[in-house]
Design a protein around this ligand. Sequence first.
Ligand SMILES: [Fe+2]
Length: 164
Amino acid sequence: MIATSQPVRLGTAELLAIATRLAPSAQSWPGMQDPEIRSWHTVAATDRYQAFVIAWPVGGAIELHDHGDSAGAVVVAGGSLVETVVGHEEGGSLQMTSRKVTRGDHLVFGPGHVHDIVNHGPGPALSVHVYSPVLRSMTFFEPRDREMLVAVRTEEFSTPAADR
Ligand SMILES: [Fe+2]
């Protein structure tokens, strides 16, 4: 028998359970209360997943991106965030769909999910993000002519990623 080293991808229900379990302690991470810039701490890392607490000042944002081969779950632990997801309309045009998630709400997604997240206020926001397998790359995109997404850069992480 040949052993394989394929990374294990936990299901989104399991990722959500981990994020939900970590959310109550998110407020206690140093520097997470009143951030001046988007800031994060790694709060768990195993060979199967990693988790971050991210603090968002008002106006804090991350542009359109994917999560490489990872699936993810996000639980809002304070304040509120707006996620915008990119899909395609029937005619092929890009369709941007936004939703507001507030404390206690969550997002889950599989590989290939492209979104941006912003804190429109009125106060700081806090979120817990769990990814499986461990986040190895993120590609950032810009919409072009309302028809397509263009990859503008990819960040690769050889060690557990600082974010997202
Ligand atoms: Fe993301």
